[in-house]
Design a protein around this ligand. Structure first.
Ligand SMILES: Cc1cc2nc3c(=O)[nH]c(=O)nc-3n(C[C@H](O)[C@H](O)[C@H](O)COP(=O)(O)OP(=O)(O)OC[C@H]3O[C@@H](n4cnc5c(N)ncnc54)[C@H](O)[C@@H]3O)c2cc1C
Length: 320
């Protein structure tokens, strides 16, 4: 019997990422006939939705994301994990979790893996599927050393099924570690408006083929007609046309929208990794042989200049 501990940051509330994380944890716990525990870091989520799913809920609400310290977060997760002795610890795929998961595995003497597309239990072993070689192949890993600590593509996991009973919610204290190995010296906040790309339901993304920063204004206007977010390929970000935070892909954001419209993006494997969890991909590209067309459900072989304004008109008319 192996318990599962799911750890997430409460600042976005019980969002799609938390739903998917607990969904994955619930399915593993059902297979191993173990308990499902949850640990919420920071304020923002009162734990009530988790309490309808997990067997125990702990909230470390003194942990501040404004003054985030990996050492303080690690100290509390390590202490909770040691007291519960789970066979698996699952994190989501936010930047904090990606940093914490391998360090936690080291502290607990377990095994670590990141970017898991799928996690299942097989006996005492956690089987993790993830894409490798820039998305060209899929590898299955067996994590044999316990606990198995994994950060997973949480938004792409099916949500957990709530029960009729509510678990007890416990608030736990955190404290700064005076012997912390790392210290944060400076913090810079990046301005962003609207929904985070990771949470966006619709994304319109532009690439190098747009030719400059101005066409992104057109994409923004198109996006505004349907409440979509605008993103970009690395080529467009590297050119300085849009901020680096808009980048989707292997070294950018991993997104999971209902619709991803790639405009003048060739579809390099490193870009495709970032949109692997999109439900529907559509593309506009002048080159009918562009790789993106092999990975999309809808495609238009045409100059974006002819399509984007027309699409905006049609959508506005539909809205009207
Ligand atoms: C280690 C590593 C990590 C990387 N990480 C990322 C990442 O996270 N994200 C990412 O995006 N890339 C990443 N890359 C870069 C990636 O390999 C590609 O270089 C990049 O994605 C290309 O961006 P693009 O499709 O915008 O540009 P291009 O490949 O130059 O494609 C432009 C496309 O626009 C089309 N086009 C041109 N004019 C028009 C027009 N008028 N109308 C319509 N279509 C037109 C062209 O036919 C072409 O297909 C990474 C690379 C490496 C090596």
């Amino acid at each position: 019997m192996q318990d599962v501990l799911c750890v997430w940051f409460g600042s976005s509330g019980f969002d799609r990422s938390a739903e998917g994380l607990l969904g994955a944890g619930q399915r593993i716990a059902a297979t191993t006939k173990g308990k499902l525990h949850s640990l919420v870091l920071g304020k923002g989520d009162n734990g009530s939705r988790a309490a309808a799913i997990a067997d125990s809920v702990q909230i470390a609400d003194q942990l501040s994301l404004d003054a985030y310290s990996p050492e303080e977060a690690l100290a509390v997760i390590t202490s909770v994990a040691k007291s519960l002795s789970p066979g698996a610890v699952l994190f989501a795929n936010d930047a904090y979790s990606q940093e914490l998961a391998p360090r936690l595995a080291y502290r607990l003497g377990g095994s670590a893996i990141g970017d898991a597309a799928d996690v299942v239990a097989e006996g005492d072993i956690l089987k993790v599927t993830r894409s490798v070689y820039g998305g060209k192949a899929v590898a299955v890993y067996h994590l044999e050393r316990r606990p198995s600590v994994a950060w997973i593509r949480a938004r792409a996991q099916a949500a957990a099924t709530p029960r009729s009973t509510q678990a007890e919610i416990k608030h736990i204290a955190t404290s700064a570690d005076p012997n912390a190995a790392t210290r944060l010296l400076e913090r810079q906040t990046e301005a962003h408006e609207g929904v985070r790309l990771e949470d966006a339901r619709w994304i319109i993304s532009g690439g190098r083929g747009l030719g400059g920063p101005e066409p992104f204004e057109q994409l923004k206007e198109l996006a505004d007609t349907i409440g979509a977010q605008v993103a970009a390929s690395r080529a467009a970000c590297d050119a300085g046309w849009v901020p680096p935070s808009w980048q989707v892909g292997q070294t950018g954001k991993r997104v999971a929208p209902d619709l991803y419209l790639a405009v003048a993006i060739s579809g390099a494997s490193q870009h495709l990794i970032g949109i692997a969890d999109a439900k529907v991909v559509a593309a506009i590209n002048t080159d009918q042989h562009a790789p993106i067309f092999k990975h999309c459900q809808f495609g238009i072989v045409e100059d974006y200049k002819k399509v984007v304004s027309l699409l905006k008109e049609k959508l506005q008319a539909l809205k009207g």
